[in-house]
Design a protein around this ligand. Structure first.
Ligand SMILES: C[S@@+](CC[C@H](N)C(=O)[O-])C[C@H]1O[C@@H](n2cnc3c(N)ncnc32)[C@H](O)[C@@H]1O
Length: 233
C-alpha cells in the first residue's frame, strides 16, 4: 500500500468528537465475520436486511453490502458522507427502517456504550446480532453478571491475526497492540457459546479497492444509495 493512498484514506471529511469512540473497521475484518467465523451461521444473507447502527463513514456497512440483500446504515454523528443520523440508544427506529425490525444488527459499537448497544440490538434484531469488540471486553465481573451469564452469546470468534484499528482513521499500514473478537448472539439460541478462532485471512480478504485514494466510495453516493445498498454478490 503506498504512502499516498494511506494518507488520503486518513483525510476524513468530518471529525468525530473523541467521546464518540470512532474506531473504523478495515473492511477485511467484516468479511472475516461472514466468511470465516462459522460455516453455518452466515448463509442466505442475500434475502436479509442488516442494520449497521453506528456506521461512521461506512467502513463496515460497505462490506456488509457484499453479502446482505439490504444494508441500513445510520450513526448518531453526521460524518458528511450521507448516512442518516440516528441515536441507536433512543427507543425508536430510524425512518429508513420503516418500522420493520432488521434480521441482523452488526456493528463495531462505541466502547463506552457497548453493553447498551448489545442490549438494544438483542431487543430489535429478529435473527442475530454480531458485535466487534476488544477481546478484553469478554472479561469483567459486572459485564459477566449483567450480560454474559444471563444472555450468553452463540459464537465467540477470536481473530488469530491482529485487526489494526485506530481512532478516527483506517490506516492499512498501521499496527495495533489490541486484540479483537466478534461476538454473535443468534436469536432463540439455546446452548453453550461456541468458541472459534478466525484463522489468518487478511491476505485473502483485503482488497486494494478497499482503500480508495479519495474519500470512501459511499461519499460519492446520494443519501438514498447510502441508506440502501443492494447486495453485490
Ligand atoms: C468504534 S466506531 C465504529 C464505526 C463503524 N461501525 C466501523 O466499524 O467502521 C463507533 C461509532 O459509534 C458511533 N456512535 C457512538 N454513540 C452512538 C449512538 N448512541 N448511536 C449511534 N451511533 C453512535 C460513533 O459516531 C462511531 O461512528
Amino acid at each position: 500500500m503506498s504512502q499516498n493512498i494511506s494518507t488520503a484514506v486518513m483525510a476524513r471529511r468530518v471529525e468525530a468528537p473523541d467521546s464518540l469512540d470512532y474506531f473504523p473497521t478495515p473492511p477485511w475484518g467484516t468479511r472475516a465475520l461472514i466468511e470465516r467465523a462459522d460455516s453455518h451461521t452466515f448463509l442466505g444473507l442475500d434475502q436479509l436486511t442488516v442494520w449497521e447502527p453506528a456506521c461512521g463513514e461506512g467502513w463496515m456497512a460497505r462490506p456488509l453490502g457484499e453479502y446482505f440483500g439490504r444494508v441500513v446504515a445510520t450513526d448518531c454523528h453526521d460524518y458528511g458522507v450521507g448516512y442518516p443520523v440516528h441515536d441507536f440508544l433512543m427507543p425508536y427506529l430510524p425512518e429508513v427502517l420503516q418500522d420493520r425490525r432488521p434480521h441482523w444488527i452488526i456493528t463495531n459499537p462505541p466502547f463506552n456504550a457497548a453493553e447498551q448497544f448489545v442490549a438494544r440490538a438483542l431487543d430489535l434484531a429478529t435473527d442475530g446480532v454480531s458485535m466487534l469488540v476488544r477481546t478484553s471486553w469478554l472479561e469483567g465481573i459486572g459485564r459477566y453478571e449483567r450480560l454474559f451469564s444471563r444472555t450468553p452469546p452463540s459464537l465467540i470468534s477470536q481473530f488469530a491475526e491482529r485487526l489494526p484499528m485506530h481512532r478516527g482513521q483506517v490506516d492499512p499500514e498501521g499496527g495495533t497492540a489490541t486484540a479483537y473478537v466478534w461476538i454473535t448472539w443468534l436469536i432463540g439460541w439455546k446452548g453453550e457459546p461456541i468458541f472459534t478462532w478466525i484463522p489468518p485471512c487478511r491476505a485473502d480478504l483485503e482488497r486494494e479497492s478497499d482503500y480508495p485514494p479519495a474519500a470512501p466510495v459511499m461519499a460519492a453516493a446520494g443519501p438514498l444509495e447510502a441508506m440502501m445498498m443492494e447486495g453485490s454478490r
